[in-house]
Design a protein around this ligand. Structure first.
Ligand SMILES: [Zn+2]
Length: 97
């Protein structure tokens, strides 16, 4: 399962955990590097980041509003759904390239 931890990039969970810090430039350069390495390989996390970023910009336009926890939870659910879809793709199908 996840016993082999990669030091090169973050996991999806870690990416989600540090994403708001990343956008606020609160992460250390090593974290940023590993996060960006993960984003290169992970389309769902890129989609998550895009949604997260857009939401932040919207809330910033409206005013200096903190992203509500409910919004964060919904974004997280969105990503988990994406991940599950990706994982289920081709499951049990013999003609996977
Ligand atoms: Zn990911």
């Amino acid at each position: 399962m996840l016993s082999k931890e990669s030091r090169a990039s973050l996991t999806c969970k870690e990416t989600i955990a540090v994403l708001s810090d990343y956008l606020e430039a609160l992460c250390g350069p090593d974290v940023v590097e590993r996060l960006e390495a993960h984003l290169r390989d992970c389309a769902p996390c890129r989609a998550y980041l895009a949604t997260f970023r857009r939401t932040r910009e919207l809330t910033r336009t409206v005013g200096r509003v903190e992203m509500p926890p409910e919004m964060k939870a919904r974004l997280r659910q969105f990503l988990m759904k994406q991940l599950r879809t990706t994982t289920n793709e081709g499951a049990g199908s013999p003609d996977t390239v």
